[in-house]
Design a protein around this ligand. Structure first.
Ligand code: PGA
Length: 253
C-alpha cells in the first residue's frame, strides 16, 4: 500500500509573515488528513513555516536545490542547508524551471542523484506540452524525461522517490486533465518504472499536478495509480488546502 501525498507548491508566493498566517489558519481549521501532507514554500519562508508547523505532522518541502555541497555558487542552496531547516522533500524538474530557467534532463538528473546521496526525497516533475499532446507524442516524451532523469539512480533509495505527472497545458490554466487521462499517464509511468526497476514500481508514489482544485481532487484520488496531487494555485488559500488534504475517497469509481 502506498501512502497518499498531497503537496502544496507555493511557487514564488508568500512572505514569511504570510506563511505564518497561512499555517495559523490551516492549523485552526484542523482538517482531517487522509495521507501525508506537505507544503513547499519559497526558501525564504522555510524557517518561519517550519517553526509554525512543528509537531503538526505537516511536512516541509523545498522547490529547488543545487547539485553541489558547498562553494562558489552564488545564489544557490545546498541539500544540507535545506535539511538544516527541516526539509524532507525537494521538487525537481518543475516545468517552470525547465521552460523559464532552461533546466535540462541531465541537470535534473544530477539533482536527483545528489538528493539521493544526501537522503532527501525527490519529487520529480515530468509532463508534456500541449503541442506534444496534440501531436500524440505525450507518452514518448514522458518516458524519455522519466528515464533521462532517473539515469544511474540508486535503487536502494527509490522507495523515497515521488514522481509528479504535470501536463504543462494544465498548470495554472484552470484546465485540469480529466481523472481518466491522469490515471492513464500515471499507469503508463508505473509500467515504465516496473520495466526498469521491477517490484519497486509498486512503492514509488505518482502524483498528478495541474489545476487541481477541491472540486476535482476526489475523482483523481479514486484512481488506482494516482497516489496524490501536487497543487499550485489552490494550495495558497488555507481553506482550499484544508479541503484538498481532507479529500474523500469515492469507492464507486
Ligand atoms: P497549479 O500548479 O495547481 O496552479 O496548476 C501546479 C504546479 O505547477 O505544481
Amino acid at each position: 500500500m502506498r501512502q497518499t501525498l498531497i503537496a502544496g507548491n507555493w511557487k514564488m508566493n508568500m512572505t514569511s509573515a504570510e506563511a505564518e498566517n497561512f499555517a495559523d489558519e490551516l492549523l485552526k481549521l484542523n482538517p482531517k488528513r487522509i495521507g501525508e501532507v506537505l507544503i513547499c514554500p519559497p526558501f525564504t519562508a522555510l524557517y518561519s513555516l517550519g517553526k509554525k508547523l512543528a509537531g503538526s505532522g505537516i511536512k516541509l518541502g523545498a522547490q529547488n536545490v543545487y547539485t553541489e555541497d558547498s562553494g562558489a555558487y552564488t545564489g544557490e542552496i545546498s541539500p544540507a542547508m535545506l535539511e538544516d531547516l527541516g526539509v524532507e522533500y525537494v521538487i525537481i524538474g518543475h516545468s517552470e524551471r525547465r521552460q523559464i530557467f532552461k533546466e535540462s534532463n541531465e541537470f535534473i538528473n544530477k539533482k536527483l542523484l545528489k538528493l539521493q546521496e544526501k537522503g532527501l526525497k525527490p519529487i520529480l516533475c515530468i509532463g508534456e506540452t500541449l503541442e506534444e499532446r496534440e501531436a500524440g507524442k505525450e507518452y514518448d516524451l514522458v518516458k524519455s524525461q522519466l528515464l533521462a532523469c532517473l539515469k544511474d539512480a540508486n535503487k536502494d533509495k527509490l522507495k523515497d522517490l515521488v514522481i509528479a505527472y504535470e501536463p504543462i497545458w494544465a498548470i495554472g490554466t484552470g484546465k485540469s486533465a480529466s481523472a481518466e487521462d491522469a490515471e492513464a499517464m500515471c499507469k503508463f509511468i508505473r509500467q515504465e518504472l516496473e520495466k526498469n526497476f521491477g517490484d519497486l514500481a509498486q512503492e514509488i508514489r505518482i502524483l498528478y499536478g495541474g489545476s487541481v482544485k477541491p472540486t476535482t481532487i476526489n475523482d483523481l484520488m479514486a484512481k488506482e495509480n494516482v497516489d496524490g496531487a501536487l497543487v499550485g494555485g489552490a494550495s495558497l488559500k488555507a481553506a482550499d488546502f484544508a479541503k484538498l488534504v481532507a479529500y474523500e475517497v469515492n469507492n464507486d469509481k
